[in-house]
Design a protein around this ligand. Sequence first.
Ligand code: ATP
Length: 206
Amino acid sequence: MIEIHLKHQIFTSSGSKMLEVNEQLETGGIIHVSGDSGIGKTVFFKIMAGLLTPNFGVININNETVLDTENRIFLPPQKRNTALMFQNYALFPNMTVRQNITFAQKEKNTEKIDRLLEKFNLKNFENVFPSKLSGGQQQRIALARALVQDAEIILLDEPLSAVDPLMRKIMMTEIVEHQNNGATVFMTNHSEEELSAFPCRKLMIK
Ligand SMILES: Nc1ncnc2c1ncn2[C@@H]1O[C@H](COP(=O)(O)OP(=O)(O)OP(=O)(O)O)[C@@H](O)[C@H]1O
């Protein structure tokens, strides 16, 4: 079970608003995080990953409290079993494609990296630096880097937005495979229709 209670004041160009999330979710499966542009979906992901401390928050994952602001519990990102794929990819510019992916793996498993490089059509670029690659190729590296960690919570911020329909399918299949293996995937995706083909639950941010 995943329990989330958050309140965080966000500041936008048109003023401030309170981001509020109160959810109790069964673990496993895909959760489609939706809401208007600028509503705070990325902020929500950063709080879940431990990169941002909210004004108030309790996050409990399978009976482990990773955040409880009132009781001063703040598990840092590296101690949470959570992987985050950033909307802007945030790849390490001084590392090759393979190094970017390898870096994220706590227990090194070359086979798994090779499999993802193959699947996402990155094998020919494994020794290239990200700046030499297109947006779509960079997005594939960022997804591979998030999935290779085998985290129990996987947070994907627009993971498919820059790739062609065939690659979207391949990437979505890989995401589904990870939830089949027990992970809980929170993802944003502008196309509702695309996700409707999969058994997704919804988390609406208002
Ligand atoms: N640490 C922070 N504290 C408070 N407000 C923040 C913080 N970081 C970002 N914001 C503000 O939160 C607002 C929501 O941004 P966010 O990127 O989370 O929206 P979003 O729902 O992901 O939008 P989009 O769908 O366009 O990507 C932005 O106006 C941003 O300025």
